[in-house]
Design a protein around this ligand. Structure first.
Ligand SMILES: NC(=O)c1ccc[n+]([C@@H]2O[C@H](COP(=O)([O-])OP(=O)(O)OC[C@H]3O[C@@H](n4cnc5c(N)ncnc54)[C@H](O)[C@@H]3O)[C@@H](O)[C@H]2O)c1
Length: 455
C-alpha cells in the first residue's frame, strides 16, 4: 500500500493521473443509469440529462417506464414537456437490468420504508443489488442514495454485489475493481428556495477511487461536493439531518400543546424567536409527521443502535410526541364542536389537504390519512378536498376509497379542518363560508374570527 498516497487520501494513483471513468465524466460520455424513478430518481435523471450525459432510467414499475418513454410524467411538479425534452436528448427508461452492463455509473434511489414491526425494510435495496449484480463489470461506479442506517453499504450492499458479480470492490488503497459509494439525497420536495444544484452533495466512498469518481460525477451537476471518510459516515450524516428535524418538530409539537393551555400563540413566539441571528432555527408544529423521510428514517438508526446495546432515547421520545399529534387534533376538534353543542359522532367534516405538506402530490405517511381514519372511527361523516388528489384509495396504513369534494357549499359541513395548508386555498373565503374551522397549520394567521380553532 502506498502510505503517502493513502494519507493524502488519493489512493494509488499518482498526482495528476485520473481514472478513465473520470475522463469520460468530464467529456460527458459516461453512461449514467438511475435505478428507481420516483421522487428522487426521476429528478436526478433529468439533472444528468440536462448536463448532457446519456441517461438510462431503470424501474420495475412497467407503467412508469412506459409513461416516461411516451414523454409523460407521473409527478406533478415535473412537467410532461420536461420529460419530452429529455427524451429528445437521449433519456430513456427501461425495466431490463441487462442494460446495466452498458452503464458507467449506476445510482440506486429505491425506497427504504419500515416494515409492520417498525423495522428497516431493506428488501428494495437487496432486490436491486441482486438484480444488477450479474450485469456489473469492473471499473463501474455504483452509488447508493436511498436513506438507510450506517453500515448498509458495507454490510448489505457490497457483499451482495460481490457475491452476484464475482467482482471485488476497490477498497482504500486499491484502484482496480468495482467502485462503490454512498451519497445521500437531500431534496426538500416543494421547497424552491434552494436550487437543487446548490444543495451540497455528501459522498462517502468505499475506497479513494470511488470517492474520486463519485466526486467528479456529482461535481458535474452540484456546485459543491463534501467528502466524508466512509460510506457509514455519509449514511449517518443523512440520519443526523433528519433526526435533527424530527426531534425539533416534536419539541414544538409538545410546546404547542402547552401554549394552548396557557393561551399563548406559539406561532407568534416562534416568529419572535427566529429574529435571533444565531443559535435558533425555526421549526413549526403541525398535525403530525408525514412523508417518506422524517417519520421513518430516525427508526433506521434506533433499530441499528440496538445491535450496539444502545437506546436512542431522543428518537423514541420524538416519535412518541409526533405520533400522538393526530390524536391531539381530534381532541381539539371534539372540543371545538362541543363549544357549538355538537358531537363529532354524526358531524359532517371536510378535511382540507391530503398531502403530507403544502403544494406537493405526495401522500406517504400523511397525517391527514390518520386523521380521516380517526374521524371515521368516531362516527364523523368525512369528505376531503385536495387539488393534487382527485381520488384516494388504499395503501400502507389506510383504506379510504374517497373522491375529492368540491370546495363549495362549505356551510353544509359542521367542521372544516385545515390539515395541509396548500397555497392555492383562499383562506379568508374558507373562514367566511364555514361554520367552524379547525386550523392545524396556522394557515388562517391574521384572520380574526371566533369560528376558528387553532391547534
Ligand atoms: N422523496 C424524498 O423527498 C426523499 C428525500 C431524500 C431521500 N429520500 C430517499 O430516497 C429513496 C427513494 O425515495 P423516493 O421518494 O424517490 O421513493 P419512490 O417510491 O418515489 O420511488 C422509488 C422508485 O423505485 C422503484 N423501485 C422499487 N424497487 C425497485 C427495484 N428493485 N428496481 C428498480 N426500481 C425499483 C419504484 O417503482 C419507484 O418508482 C428512499 O430511500 C428515501 O428515503 C427521499
Amino acid at each position: 500500500m502506498n502510505e503517502t498516497a493513502m494519507s493524502a487520501g488519493v489512493g494509488l494513483r499518482s498526482k495528476g493521473e485520473q481514472s478513465s471513468l473520470v475522463a469520460k465524466i468530464e467529456a460527458r460520455t459516461a453512461q449514467i443509469g438511475i435505478i428507481g424513478l420516483g421522487y428522487v430518481g426521476l429528478p436526478l435523471a433529468l439533472l444528468f440529462n440536462g448536463e448532457r450525459f446519456p441517461v438510462t432510467g431503470f424501474d420495475i414499475d412497467a407503467k412508469k417506464v412506459a409513461t416516461l418513454n411516451e414523454g409523460g410524467s407521473y409527478i406533478v411538479r415535473i412537467e410532461r414537456d420536461e420529460i419530452a425534452a429529455a427524451r429528445q436528448t437521449g433519456f430513456k427508461a427501461t425495466a431490463d437490468f441487462a442494460e446495466i452492463a452498458k452503464m458507467d455509473a449506476v445510482i440506486i434511489c429505491v425506497p427504504t420504508p419500515l416494515n409492520e414491526y417498525h423495522e428497516p425494510d431493506l428488501s428494495y435495496i437487496t432486490g436491486t443489488a441482486k438484480a444488477i449484480a450479474p450485469h456489473l463489470r469492473t471499473g463501474q461506479l455504483v452509488v447508493l442514495e436511498s436513506t438507510t442506517y450506517p453500515g448498509t453499504t458495507e454490510e448489505v450492499l457490497i457483499p451482495l454485489l460481490e457475491a452476484g458479480s464475482g467482482l471485488k470492490v476497490a477498497r482504500k488503497g486499491e484502484t482496480e475493481g468495482l467502485h462503490v459509494a454512498f451519497s445521500p439525497e437531500r431534496e426538500d420536495p416543494g421547497n424552491d428556495t434552494v436550487a437543487r444544484h446548490d444543495i451540497p452533495k455528501v459522498i462517502g466512498g468505499a475506497g479513494e477511487e470511488a470517492q474520486q469518481i463519485a466526486a467528479a460525477l456529482y461535481g458535474s451537476i452540484f456546485r459543491r461536493t463534501v467528502a466524508v471518510s466512509t460510506p457509514a459516515a455519509a449514511e449517518m450524516t443523512k440520519l443526523l439531518e433528519n433526526i435533527y428535524r424530527c426531534v425539533n418538530i416534536a419539541l414544538v409539537n409538545e410546546l404547542k400543546q402547552l401554549c394552548q393551555r396557557m393561551d399563548i400563540d406559539l406561532f407568534e413566539v416562534i416568529d419572535a424567536a427566529k429574529t435571533k441571528p444565531f443559535g435558533f432555527q425555526a421549526f413549526y408544529p403541525g398535525p403530525g409527521l408525514g412523508g417518506h423521510c422524517i417519520p421513518i428514517d430516525p427508526f433506521y438508526l434506533s433499530w441499528k443502535a440496538k445491535q450496539f446495546d444502545f437506546r436512542t432515547k431522543f428518537i423514541e421520545l420524538a416519535g412518541e410526541v409526533n405520533v400522538a399529534m393526530p390524536y391531539y387534533v381530534i381532541e381539539q376538534t371534539i372540543e371545538a364542536l362541543n363549544r357549538q353543542r355538537k358531537a363529532l359522532n354524526g358531524a359532517k367534516v371536510l378535511v382540507l389537504g391530503l398531502a403530507y405538506k403544502r403544494d406537493i402530490d405526495d401522500l406517504r405517511e400523511s397525517p391527514s390519512l390518520t386523521i380521516i381514519e380517526l374521524l371515521r372511527q368516531r362516527g364523523a361523516e368525512v369528505s376531503y378536498n385536495d387539488p393534487y388528489f382527485p381520488t384516494v384509495g388504499h395503501g400502507r396504513h389506510y383504506d379510504l376509497n374517497m373522491s375529492c369534494a368540491p370546495l363549495e357549499d362549505l356551510d353544509q359541513y359542521d367542521c372544516v379542518m385545515i390539515v395541509t395548508d396548500h397555497t392555492s386555498y383562499d383562506y379568508p373565503r374558507i373562514v367566511a363560508e364555514s361554520r367552524l374551522v379547525v386550523d392545524t397549520r396556522n394557515a388562517t394567521k391574521g384572520i380574526e374570527s371566533d369560528k376558528i380553532t387553532r391547534c
